[in-house]
Design a protein around this ligand. Structure first.
Ligand SMILES: Nc1ncnc2c1ncn2[C@@H]1O[C@H](COP(=O)(O)OP(=O)(O)O)[C@@H](O)[C@H]1O
Ligand SMILES: O=C(CO)[C@@H](O)[C@@H](O)COP(=O)(O)O
Length: 544
């Protein structure tokens, strides 16, 4: 049998990675990462005001560079046997586009305008608009937030659009439509970016734009114009239909086939969010919670639609038919900061140290070793009921019950609270945040039968994973795949290209299994139940 290969392209917050995978056995034959250069310089962002924008050129350059480099690593015959490419990205990360589907920042007059760029998932400039959406939705004839957990977030599509239309008349004037990052890159690869014709992702639409069959698609024109007349007509310039990631979006354009040096027959799959394709790559199955643990977390769960029936899980990021695996209800929850909380402590400790030393090699060494060093120290500390307790809301709270105005906090400090103890409290805070998500699913009638970890922190930190297992009082399996999201995208590409009929078949053939299990330790778990009660009480106090 002839070998076939697919490419999974995974756009994370800081970088894009492309992975070339053998469709028969999931073997990786080439892989490359490209860090966004403009983003790395901090361009177009204003962190104190939670403004995080990414330039479309970072994405385009990264697409070409990462695929070309991955192909260079692979045996020469691989390129002509690429049968499909699928793309996952962060989300909701939308951009305004013109009539041709070109993000406005690619037009000369908007090239340096942050409002004309992709508004990254963690941009919280639209808190006010999210609040207005919630107030109106909860007093409307039908609650359009009911399939997205009952609370609309400032990290999502409509809040970001409304905010931009309000603050930037030039963008408002020029924007014909809006597009999610995952839809745009996939469309670019096909060469057909017409916003009225391209196939939009079910995952992005259902989880972030309040799209649902029951509403005949997006929220009604009446709802949107009542929210703000600036939204008039936009619904008609977006979409009615949505597509799952087993579907082809089209065939690669001759231009991109030539640029990448691959077969002009390669199929481009419909895109989706990174965490959802990560769920596919981690071999998600019903009632397994796949936690993508990196900068933030995304918690993915699938359940047979007929078993969930009318259950609406409150306070999560949505339940959408087919958003992860077609035919299953896909549910998403998550934490807006996870590894980012540890990164904050690293900056706090190393910021002034770096100011005072000149030696670049020492700076690099400290940056690499600080968190693992603190983890080693923290692992030696006893877990007691008197330990300090922290809240993990450093970037607001995504779930349960989105509230991005919330902030982190810590209580119970004394003069003996050294850096390791503070680090331990922060790790526990991120684990408590995870427990509140698990508890919410269970309380709402959705059982969680196993927990699977993927993402950078799951791979890099045994201390964090052991703490999480203790706090959840559940074993945690770590998927072997180094890049589960890219692998999931490759599996989606194999299905979209017709190599497999279903995602499940692709998962069985291409999955790389699990390589570690963290078992909960009963003694620590018992203390953590007490500390968790303190976390809940402290959270209620801070939230007011
Ligand atoms: N050894 C470590 N222990 C715990 N956290 C770590 C460690 N190394 C890196 N991190 C955290 O991992 C996060 C990055 O995760 P990663 O999955 O690589 O990226 P992304 O979320 O962008 O996909 C950062 O927030 C960083 O603080
Ligand atoms: O929110 C979602 C998906 O719904 C993610 O794209 C977002 O958390 C970004 O994840 P990363 O940690 O950058 O991989």
């Amino acid at each position: 049998m002839k070998n076939h290969y697919v490419i999974g392209v995974d756009y994370g917050t800081d970088s894009v990675r492309s992975m070339i995978v053998d469709t028969h056995n999931g073997n990786v034959v080439g892989s490359a990462v490209y860090e966004y250069p403009r983003w790395k310089q901090g361009l177009y962002c204003d962190a104190p005001h939670s403004q995080f924008r990414q330039h479309p050129l970072d994405y385009l350059e990264g697409l070409e560079s990462s695929i070309t480099e991955a192909l260079r690593q692979a045996p020469a015959e691989v390129a002509e046997h690429i049968i499909g490419i699928s793309v996952d990205t962060t989300g909701s990360t939308p951009a305004p586009v013109d009539r041709h589907g070109t993000p406005l920042a690619l037009l000369p007059e908007f090239a340096e305008n942050p409002n004309a760029m992709f508004i990254l998932w963690k941009d919280h400039t639209a808190n006010q608009e999210a609040e207005e959406i919630n107030t109106l939705a909860h007093n409307w004839k039908v609650d359009f937030t009911k399939y997205v957990g009952g609370i609309y977030s400032s990290e999502w599509f409509w809040a970001k659009i409304l905010h931009t239309l309000r603050v930037d008349p030039a963008v408002r004037e020029k924007a014909f439509s809006w597009i999610e990052h995952c839809d745009w890159v996939s469309a670019v690869l096909t060469g057909q970016t017409d916003p009225l014709a391209l196939k939009r992702s079910r995952c992005a639409a259902g989880h972030k734009a309040m799209w649902h069959e029951e509403f005949d698609g997006l929220p009604s024109e009446e709802f949107l114009t009542t929210l703000d007349p600036l939204l008039r007509g936009l619904r008609g310039r977006l979409y009615r239909e949505t597509y799952t990631s087993d579907q082809p979006m089209g065939t690669i354009s001759p231009e991109w086939a030539e640029k990448l040096g691959i077969s002009p027959e390669a199929v481009i799959g419909v895109g989706a969010f990174d965490a959802h394709m990560g769920g596919v790559g981690a071999h998600i199955e019903p009632y397994a919670l796949v936690r993508v643990m990196g900068t933030s977390t995304c918690d993915m769960l699938i359940a047979p639609t007929d078993e969930v029936k009318d259950t609406l899980v409150q306070g999560i990021c949505g339940q959408v038919d087919g958003s992860i695996i077609p035919g299953m209800l896909g549910m998403e929850a998550g934490q807006s900061a996870f590894g980012d909380v540890y990164a904050w402590l690293q900056r706090l400790v190393l910021g002034p140290v770096n100011d005072l030393i000149d030696d670049e090699a020492t700076k690099k060494k400290l940056a690499k070793q600080l968190i693992p060093h603190l983890a080693d120290q923290a692992a030696q500390l006893p877990v007691t009921e008197n330990d300090p307790v922290a809240l993990d809301w450093f970037n607001g709270r995504r779930t349960p019950d989105a509230n991005h105005t919330l902030k982190g906090a810590m209580m119970g400090l004394n003069l003996g609270s050294d850096t390791a103890r503070v680090f331990k409290a922060l790790v526990e805070a991120t684990a408590f945040g995870a427990k509140s998500i698990v508890d919410r699913f269970v309380d709402e009638g959705v059982p969680i039968r196993q927990v699977i970890g993927i993402g950078g922190v799951a791979k890099k930190s045994p201390f964090v994973m052991q703490t999480l297992a203790d706090v959840l009082n559940m074993p945690i399996k770590i998927a072997s795949a180094d890049q589960a999201c890219a692998l999931g995208a490759a599996m989606c590409a194999a299905v979209a290209a017709g190599e497999y009929e279903t995602m499940e078949e692709a998962q069985r053939a291409m999955s790389s299994g699990f390589d570690a299990v963290y078992e909960p330790r009963p003694e620590q778990s018992a203390v953590y139940q007490k500390l968790y009660e303190k976390y809940v009480a402290f959270g209620a106090f801070v939230e007011g």
